[in-house]
Design a protein around this ligand. Structure first.
Ligand SMILES: [Zn+2]
Length: 451
């Protein structure tokens, strides 16, 4: 597949550190941003040609590309007039293949591109957008998808007060089908993908899908961010979060661990975070563990909560965590329930499954999807089902005293540890696995003198 890199940026916000250097050539730890991206693309084995769309500093970028040896063909196309990010792609459309990847030259990431491209192909989409949760969703452009992952709408920052949205941020990395970009109406002179092109595609009935991933991707467009991404590369966090590399996770139960146990949560308002839970998850996000919720939601099978309502409830969870700078890498739920006889029940979900805790199906699913190393992972729960599931899958477990505090008494499953709450549980995990605990500390010891 062809990779299109948008390299027209001037990098004015980086002037203080890099002078007049065009943004794609700004070095991070000695390698220009653009060079890093092309190397990664070449290594992925999925990219057979790179097209760099240039504007400011076109000659020096062309000279850099000519001199470097990336092992795959790289072409630069200079646009005489700045036309906006999507405008540059539309202007170069005759040089583009029927499907291509698009990324911005100022982003730093280590994304499994092959996985993303395969997803796009399997979906038969007109556009696939790389979406991820971040620690500041309230001031980010958010995307909403339906149950099947099809994008339904875009919410641009700023968001109205009091609304709840899932923490799904458009990271500006796309796979696009060329023909789907043709003939879009009402585009401004300098169109932007997120603001103009994608909404126009939705309106034209095109199929846009969201690709959810917990992988690292950040723009390095300001001196602060440039320093931050350098630190994250050095600490190992950028590669650690890649789906190419197996990574341990801390699995969390929902009710009674993250939020107040209040019988069944059947409206968003009933989901209230436990004191300290947001900050605990934030700490976990800053470690080398992935953060994954696994929850039984038999309310779906019993017809007490609709799939749409459950999405809203989880949007509220995302919003409440986001307020504290915390996020979930993923959330898995089991919608099934084995016993029949409830009024309004959903017959298709009334069954014995392999995902309802204490069965370990959700852990296995997460392990496959997110490349999780289960043998290094942990489960934090408030019921014996949580602990029994961890035992069956070979995870270490911590029972918290919040929520049911193990008083459900269904299984004779002794946990590895008992903790007062999720914050105390995470401290135990960090003590037991100090090398995975804190990537800032990991950096502090290895980054001295290298910034
Ligand atoms: Zn299930």
């Amino acid at each position: 597949m062809q990779l299109v890199i948008l390299g027209g940026g001037k990098g004015s916000r980086l002037k203080a550190v890099t002078g007049d250097l065009p943004k794609p050539l700004v070095p991070v730890l000695g390698t220009p941003l653009l060079g890093r991206q092309i190397h990664q693309a070449a290594q992925s084995g999925y990219v057979d040609e790179v097209v760099v769309l240039t504007g400011y500093g076109a000659d020096s970028i062309a000279a850099y590309v000519k001199e470097a040896d990336f092992g795959i063909p790289v072409r630069c196309i200079a646009e005489p007039v700045a036309r906006g990010t999507a405008g540059a792609v539309l202007a170069a459309i005759d040089n583009l293949q029927s499907e291509f990847l698009v990324m911005y030259a100022d982003t730093v990431h280590d994304i499994d591109l092959g996985r993303f491209v395969s997803f796009h192909s399997a979906q038969g989409a007109d556009a696939s957008l790389f979406l991820h949760p971040n620690d500041h969703p309230a001031d980010s452009d958010l995307v909403e998808t339906d149950e099947a992952g099809r994008i339904t709408c875009f919410h641009s920052y700023p968001h109205p007060e009091g609304v709840i949205f899932p923490n799904l941020v458009n990271a500006a990395l796309y796979v696009l089908r060329r023909d789907a970009l043709l003939g879009l109406s009402n585009l401004p002179e300098k169109p932007d993908f997120a603001k103009h092109v994608f909404p126009a595609m939705l309106q034209a009935g095109r199929r846009l899908v969201g690709y959810r991933s917990p992988e690292y991707i950040k723009d390095a467009g300001t001196p602060d961010r440039l320093a931050k991404v350098a630190k994250d590369i050095l600490s190992g966090m950028v590669s650690h979060r890649s789906l190419r590399n197996p990574s341990p996770a801390v699995f969390l139960d929902r009710d009674g661990v993250l939020n107040v146990y209040a019988g069944y949560v059947d409206t968003p308002e009933k989901l209230v975070l436990l004191p300290g839970a947001g900050q605990a998850v934030r700490k976990l996000n800053r470690s080398f563990f992935r953060t994954v919720v696994v929850t039984n939601q038999p309310v779906l099978a019993r017809g007490e909560v609709s799939p749409d309502m459950l999405r809203l409830i989880h949007a509220r969870l995302d919003t409440e965590l986001g307020r504290e700078g915390a996020y979930l890498d993923a959330l898995y739920f089991c919608p099934h329930h084995p016993d029949k006889g409830f009024p309004g029940e959903v017959a298709s979900l009334k069954k014995v499954c392999d995902c309802r805790k204490p069965e370990a199906g959700m852990l296995m699913h997460a392990s496959r999807e997110l490349g999780i190393a289960l043998e290094r992972s942990w489960m934090i729960g408030d019921t014996t089902s949580d602990i029994e599931m961890a035992r069956r899958a070979g995870l270490r477990s911590i029972l918290v005293k919040t929520g049911l505090g193990g008083r459900d008494g269904k299984y004779d499953a002794p946990p590895d540890f008992v903790a007062d709450d999720i914050a105390a549980a995470i401290e135990i995990i960090f003590q037991e696995a100090p090398d995975l605990a804190n990537r800032d500390a990991a950096c502090a010891s290895s980054c001295v003198g290298e910034m």
